[in-house]
Design a protein around this ligand. Structure first.
Ligand SMILES: Nc1ncnc2c1ncn2[C@@H]1O[C@H](COP(=O)(O)OP(=O)(O)OP(=O)(O)O)[C@@H](O)[C@H]1O
Ligand SMILES: [Mg+2]
Length: 501
């Protein structure tokens, strides 16, 4: 039986046909992966199913009955729940409160006991490990996601949509999520899963639908396909993994980190150097000091001990703007908070942080023509999908927002690039492009610090690697010295005996 049947779905945003006649079918009790490039209409299609957007054309059948879904309440009434990429939880409330908010048992009088009982039963049945009375603010990303999933279950969802749920998870958290999803399937639930990671698609799904430019281009059983075929179907050409060649000339130190303390609990301080023409990769499980390192170099977090030099100038007391003037280019891990203003246009976002640069500002006036010319060039370079420079950046798909930021930060001839989780949410074609660009910047003599939770990314691009564990460097070595498994051990606390060479 079909759990979901969407027929002839069309949805336009101005001139953009985000969904262009999509037929999408998911059988009951299957895990179905929805694949496609950035900005190809995946989130749009699922937002239609969840009642957040209204299609211009097309019909939806749920469990083979025609459905009218005008808002998320209608969706829930039909048993459809959705976990968005950006969680919608209230930080100061507990897990339990977040789950039952707006949907308490016992009508108007909040019967907390009954609600708690029901949530506890769900937790037990699906093997979630979570403390109901912990405040959400204290939870890791993986835990927050579980709260979101529990919320959909509590509301009776038996079709669960997850929009890029693994983009922000550590590999361990991904495994735990997959266990939960398989358990949900056993229990009769139907799951739609959006991802850019083909290995996840292969290991988790029963069937796959690929969309490109708003149209379905490929459908198959997972057992009948492979990663290579999927990559080609998504992008319309074959895609290569970009791997660094050993660099020629490494120059003088550009970034010098001297004895900074990343976390209070750390016994040792951290010292690292990145030279012109090299990429230093920071590996490690998220939460081991990466965020602090990023914050202290970029200027959003105070350095209480030690110093950071860019081209010999101590920057730890300088505001972000001054650091940029010294040649810092910065791709933040949290682009929504640190890199863009969603309600501003793409052109305005392209100006952010560079409004005082002489190329864009003359006698206090913004030189829009010069700005737009540069912005246009970067948009083309990264094949950014948008309606034009005047479109609000918040309307772009997640991956395309990242492309705008990447173009902005690399186009001002930076001396040093701080790059954190640069391909989070990007499709495979865009990953290839970003990785090539990073290697080109290196070849031009830029110094690059690459912080990434994806070990394969760090290993493919770096000249040297430092591993962070509990706020300390557990190993620092030339790339190629250790295997993936050995680096995995450093990530869980094993120490390398000095500099591995
Ligand atoms: N609210 C909106 N207003 C205007 N345009 C929008 C809106 N939502 C989506 N779009 C446009 O529709 C197209 C499809 O976007 P969508 O978010 O569905 O892509 P996606 O496949 O989910 O991409 P990604 O993998 O990057 O998340 C994009 O060109 C996007 O800019
Ligand atoms: Mg999306």
């Amino acid at each position: 039986m079909d759990a979901i049947r969407m027929q002839g779905i069309v949805k336009c945003f101005g001139p953009v046909r985000a969904n262009d006649g999509i037929d999408f079918t998911v059988e009951k009790q299957e895990i179905h992966c929805l694949l496609g490039e950035n900005g190809t209409g995946k989130s749009t299609l699922m937002n239609i199913l969840f009642g957040l957007y209204h299609p211009d054309e097309g019909e939806i059948y749920i469990h083979e009955k025609k459905a009218a879904i005008s808002n998320p309440n209608d969706a829930y009434a039909l048993g459809i729940g959705m976990v968005h990429q950006h969680f919608m939880l209230v930080n100061q409330l507990t897990v339990l409160e977040n789950i039952i908010i707006g949907k308490e048992q016992g009508g108007l009088i909040l019967d907390r006991k009954a609600s708690e009982e029901k949530v506890s039963q769900l937790i037990e049945r699906f093997g979630f490990q979570i403390d109901l009375h912990e405040k959400v603010v204290n939870l890791s990303v993986g835990m927050r996601q579980r709260v979101e999933i529990l919320k959909t279950l509590y509301r009776g969802a038996d079709i669960i949509i997850l929009d890029e749920p693994t983009a922000v998870l550590t590999p361990q958290e991904v495994e735990e999520l997959f266990k939960i999803l398989r358990q949900l399937k056993e229990d009769g639930k139907t799951i739609v899963f959006i991802t850019h990671k083909l290995n996840e698609t292969m290991s988790l799904s029963d069937r796959i639908t690929v969309i490109r430019k708003g149209k379905v281009v490929f459908r198959c059983n997972t057992a009948d396909t492979n990663e290579k075929e999927l990559a080609t179907q998504m992008v319309g050409r074959s895609v290569e993994t970009v791997v660094s060649q050993k660099s020629g000339t490494v120059g003088a130190p550009v970034l010098e980190i001297q004895n900074i303390r990343l976390q209070d609990k750390a016994r040792e301080t951290v010292s690292l150097t990145v030279r012109a023409g090299e990429i230093l990769g920071i590996a490690g499980v998220d939460g081991n000091g990466q965020q602090e390192l990023e914050g202290m170099i970029s200027g959003s977090q105070r350095v209480r001990e030690g110093t950071i030099l860019i081209c010999g100038t101590p920057v730890e007391k300088l505001p972000v703007r001054e650091r940029k003037k010294l040649g810092l280019g910065y791709i933040p891990s949290d682009r929504h908070r640190n890199a863009m203003v969603p309600s501003f246009s793409i052109a305005e976002n392209f100006l952010l942080g560079y409004q005082e640069e002489p190329e864009y500002c003359k006698k206090g006036f913004i030189r829009f023509e010069a700005l737009k010319k540069d912005a246009r060039k970067q948009l083309e370079l990264f094949e950014t999908k948008c309606a034009g420079l005047d479109q609000q950046i918040g309307q772009l798909s997640g991956g395309n927002q990242q492309k705008v930021i990447f173009g902005r930060e690399t186009s001002h001839d930076p001396v040093f690039m701080l790059v954190a989780q640069p391909v989070r949410g990007l499709d495979i074609g865009a990953i290839e492009k970003v990785h090539k660009t990073l290697l080109e910047l290196k070849a031009q003599g830029k110094a690059i610090l690459l912080i990434s939770a994806e070990l394969s990314e760090v290993m493919n691009l770096s000249d040297r690697i430092a591993v962070l564990y509990e706020g300390e460097v557990s190993a620092e070595f030339e790339n190629g010295t250790y295997t993936k498994e050995e680096i995995g051990l450093f990530m869980t606390g094993k120490r390398a005996g000095g500099m591995g060479k």
